[in-house]
Design a protein. Structure first.
Length: 105
């Protein structure tokens, strides 16, 4: 298996571009957030029961992972909600609303 040298990758994947496929990216990170929450719950409950050091360490690590993934989900949701610059803004009166003209006094 050969790997392309850095800066010489010729494959363009839309999912890797910022602003593209954001709902997919958000759902992948949300899924990981859910898995991290389950792992945290298990490790915290197991630590409360058995008081083994590795379970406490796992609980802390899964807490950090949850914070990390929550920030990724939030970032992707902001991108989904951000207005696109390539779209033209709606023109006044285009939806049948009245356009009032300023009258000079």
């Amino acid at each position: 298996m050969r790997v392309a040298p850095l800066g010489h990758m010729t494959m363009d994947l839309p999912v890797l571009s910022c602003g593209r496929c954001e709902p997919l990216k958000a759902s992948v990170h949300a899924g990981m957030l859910g898995i991290a929450a389950l792992c945290l719950a298990y490790n915290a409950a197991a630590w409360l029961s058995r008081r083994q050091t590795h379970l406490a360490v796992n609980a802390v690590l899964y807490s950090c992972l949850m914070i990390w993934e929550q920030r990724h989900v939030a970032h992707h949701l902001v991108e989904v909600r951000r207005p696109r610059t390539g779209e033209t803004p709606p023109q006044p009166g285009a939806t049948g609303e009245k356009v009032e003209k300023a009258v000079a006094a």
